[in-house]
Design a protein around this ligand. Structure first.
Ligand SMILES: [Zn+2]
Length: 293
């Protein structure tokens, strides 16, 4: 099912947030989120930014069947999805990269730090894959990972197709007349995290820099650096944020996330300081939006 963006359905972001259903959701004209409830292990989101006949895909899900189903849904939603020219991997985790294999001949872009992390995972340093391959030999942890991930996805199959284009800090990619900004904000969730920002749509694809209504994972980033990344994003002009996991949200959710227990490993004094900063930033962002609307 394709849900139209709020301006078309006289709804609001609340309607998108409450309509947390699997499938393609139009969050701005020609810009789509692909959501996979419930957002837990392996159930990541993706995005499609289109203008005219051009399209850029944000992330490629955890396995080939999931990616194939997503691409079919996108092609049913918009003709531009028939010719995806660019793919962005927001970070190295396989639930955002495994479907690269289905997009031969495209530019696959990631940060240089993410490319290095993907190289390390392919070189055998992927502990989750190692456990899943012999899960019955790993006790309760192995059984748990098999239950939540191994038996649900084809995580062992297929070859990881790597990005063929990398950048250090920022890259702007045209999609038709739209300017799409790729900005590395890691280390946060990982070292190489990239967010995908479409200023003309006021839409941000946050990758796993934002989890909404899902417990986050810091691997191998740090909580404090993650908060700094959130603070940076709160300064941008954004109406809709598509998180890496969970329902579509907005800057308020980003601020709440940055103050959430995921940051418990940060010393208490730092957290209090951050909370004061974030509270004023969120308040200022809200005033800016009301003033401009
Ligand atoms: Zn991740």
């Amino acid at each position: 099912m394709l849900l139209k963006h709020p301006a078309d359905q006289q709804g609001s972001l609340m309607s998108l947030s409450s309509a947390y259903r699997k499938g393609v959701h139009e969050v701005a004209p020609g810009t789509f989120a692909y959501l996979q409830p419930d957002g837990g292990y392996g159930y990541s989101n993706a995005g499609l930014i289109t203008d005219g006949r051009e399209a850029l895909l944000v992330d490629t899900l955890i396995d080939i069947p999931s990616a194939r189903e997503m691409l079919e849904a996108m092609r049913a939603a918009t003709p531009a999805a028939a010719r995806i020219g660019t793919v962005v991997n927001t970070h190295a985790h396989p639930d955002h990269t495994a479907g690269n294999e289905l997009l031969p001949g495209t530019d696959i872009i990631a940060s240089a730090a993410t490319l290095a992390e993907m190289d390390a995972l392919e070189a055998g340093a992927n502990p989750i894959r190692q456990i899943l391959e012999n899960w019955s030999e790993h006790g309760e942890a192995g059984a748990y990972l098999h239950e939540v991930m191994g038996r649900r996805f084809e995580v062992h199959r297929g070859k990881q197709v790597m990005p063929n284009r990398a950048f250090d800090d920022e890259l702007t990619v045209p999609v038709g007349a739209k300017e799409v900004r790729l900005v590395r904000v890691g280390p946060a969730h990982t070292r190489g995290d990239v967010v995908v920002y479409v200023p003309s749509d006021r839409v941000l694809f946050a990758g796993d820099v934002l989890f909404t209504r899902v417990h986050p994972l810091v691997a191998p980033g740090t909580a404090e650096a993650w908060i700094e990344a959130c603070e940076r994003l709160l300064e941008w002009n954004v109406d809709v944020i598509v998180p890496g996991h969970g329902p579509v949200s907005d800057a308020g959710a980003l601020g709440v996330f940055a103050m959430s227990p995921c940051c418990g490993s940060v010393p208490a004094w730092t957290t209090r300081l951050r909370r004061r900063t974030l509270a004023s930033t969120i308040s200022a962002a809200g005033q800016t939006r009301s003033a401009s609307s």
